[in-house]
Design a protein around this ligand. Structure first.
Ligand code: SF4
Ligand code: SF4
Ligand code: FES
Length: 294
């Protein structure tokens, strides 16, 4: 740490330090060397200090899909840093090697579900996947999600995945008017508890990418939509129970699931779509379709 210099002086030192460490590398941003400026007020003046965060001692090999449906894996070298996530690595490649690299993310904290990709052969949320957990043979391979059309590089078209909600009748439809008082739902009722277990989906499409039945049959509703339908048929506020059940018991609904559980194994937020689908199958067998799920 260097303390006491002005902010401009500190950055100038950091840039010079980076140039010395990697001559000819053309580094423009001292942050890429792991520098971080901290500031704090001491007495009446503001002091700046420079911390060297995790200076990179080694590089890792990263292979990233470039192209659309046709393309190839391109290899890059990225510094190894403590606690870095797969999304950090992709961002580093985009910032320092490949400005045109297309990828998608938003929250970086596991909420929005936009950063899912296939990492070393398995679909994952990249913002919460630490490199040291998945590194395997010393190479990190990142590809777009399976079972979806590829738009560019790591970005795929989510429309077919989102359309499955409609296919499974998984759109909520309230059974009250605007002027009616809010409906009370007992949080401890059996149906509410069943619905609870399937909530909190972040629509990341990891389960859809992991499902082999989707690979064979693109008309299959898929695990996320059926999981959502399960929460609706257990939601007493949902006014279209019959319609939802008709869709999920249809040809490309829950009966197409092979119950091998890949969706549940890969779901990053710990949902169990295969169990929701099993619940729908039980409903179908017990004739709930005929009674409208009541
Ligand atoms: S359990 Fe069903 S929905 Fe889940 S991955 Fe297997 S076939 Fe797909
Ligand atoms: S069920 Fe899990 S894996 Fe599937 S979209 Fe929702 S959060 Fe993602
Ligand atoms: S960026 Fe939002 S879940 Fe990963």
């Amino acid at each position: 740490m260097i303390a006491g210099a002005g902010k401009a002086g500190i950055w100038s030192f950091a840039r010079a330090y980076c140039r010395d460490r990697k001559p000819g590398n053309g580094l423009k941003d001292a942050r890429s060397c792991g520098f971080f400026i901290t500031s704090g007020a001491v007495g009446s003046s503001r002091k700046f200090s420079l911390r060297v965060l995790q200076p990179s001692m080694t590089d890792m090999r990263v292979r990233i899909w470039r192209g659309t449906e046709t393309g190839r894996l391109v290899e890059y070298r990225v510094p190894v840093r403590r606690d870095q996530t797969v999304l950090d690595v992709i961002t580093e490649v985009q910032r320092h090697h490949e400005p045109g690299l297309a990828y998608r993310f938003s929250c970086r904290v596991g909420v929005c579900g936009t950063c899912a990709m296939v990492v070393n052969g398995r679909p994952r949320w990249t913002c919460r996947t630490h490199v040291n957990r998945v590194m395997g043979e010393g190479v990190l391979t990142v590809e777009p999600l399976r079972n979806l059309p590829r738009i560019k590089d790591l970005v795929c078209d989510l429309a077919p995945f989102l359309d499955t909600w409609e296919k499974a009748g998984a759109r909520f439809s309230g059974n009250r008017t605007r002027s009616a008082p809010p409906q009370k739902v007992d949080p401890d009722s059996p149906r509410r508890r069943l619905a609870d277990a399937g909530l909190q989906c972040i629509n990341c499409a990891v389960c859809y990418s992991a499902c082999d039945v989707v690979l064979w049959n693109r008309d299959y509703a898929g695990p996320a939509a059926l999981n959502r339908a399960w929460t609706l048929v257990n939601d007493e506020r949902h006014g279209k129970q019959r319609e939802t059940l008709k869709e999920v018991f249809g040809r490309d609904g829950c009966s197409s699931c092979h119950t091998h559980g890949n969706c549940t194994r890969h779901c990053p937020v710990g949902l169990a779509p295969s169990e929701s689908i099993a619940g729908l199958k039980r409903m179908a067998l017990t004739g709930a379709a005929r009674s409208g799920g009541q």
